[in-house]
Design a protein around this ligand. Structure first.
Ligand SMILES: CC(C)(COP(=O)(O)OP(=O)(O)OC[C@H]1O[C@@H](n2cnc3c(N)ncnc32)[C@H](O)[C@@H]1OP(=O)(O)O)[C@@H](O)C(=O)NCCC(=O)NCCS
Length: 167
């Protein structure tokens, strides 16, 4: 990335699908079939964002809204914003791209009525845990053997308040 690079953050479009699936395959053990990406996109397009540098997709995040029991009170139901996946190509990391993608996606979930946010992350993925903490998420609990290789996940959550929108 040079000073002349063109860096664009925008909504995902179906023409980006192959590049997004390739980044997902290269960077994460959790890979999904094409129809999964399409479904997530059709349900909440404004929270499915990509970063494009000089015409190539270099990062993405996607999220959905889920109605269910609140993570803060089992007596209440909530509209929960769930970050399903985020990844940035290795050569473009530590430049704030994931932060910017997630801020945009979080704002979209809030605009669509999310009252709390959550996600799962491998306990060994300290880069991602730090990233989420920097955006206001806290570890609620560990979910043992959550992943296919039996690794545990942290369930990370954040409650939406009037100051939650990300600048
Ligand atoms: C996690 C990931 C998305 C971060 O992307 P990124 O664009 O490099 O993140 P940012 O530059 O926005 O980082 C923001 C903050 O997150 C934390 N962070 C990011 N990478 C980190 C690392 N390798 N080690 C420690 N903290 C890290 C830091 O607090 C960082 O702020 P700083 O650079 O000012 O110290 C990227 O490493 C990635 O794609 N990993 C593989 C896929 C993955 O694990 N996704 C998450 C699945 S739950």
């Amino acid at each position: 990335m040079t000073e002349q690079s063109s860096v664009i953050f925008r909504r995902f479009e179906l023409k980006d699908l192959d590049q997004v699936m390739e980044i997902n395959k290269q960077t994460l053990p959790e890979n999904y079939p094409e129809r999964f990406f399409r479904t997530i996109f059709s349900e909440l397009p404004s929270a499915f964002l990509i970063c494009e540098i000089n015409g190539d997709v270099v990062g993405y995040t996607m999220a959905r809204l889920e109605k269910g029991l609140s993570h803060y009170s089992i007596f209440h139901r909530a509209k929960k914003g769930h970050t399903v996946s985020v990844a940035v190509k290795p050569e473009y990391r530590r430049r704030g791209l994931a932060t910017k993608l997630l801020k945009g996606s979080i704002n979209a979930m809030i605009e669509h009525g999310a009252t709390e946010l959550f996600l799962e992350v491998r306990v060994s993925n300290s880069a991602a845990v730090n990233l989420y903490k920097s955006l206001g998420y806290e570890i609620l609990k560990e979910i043992r053997h959550y992943y296919r290789n039996y690794e545990s996940a942290y369930l990370m959550v954040q409650k939406i308040t009037k100051n939650s929108k990300k600048g």
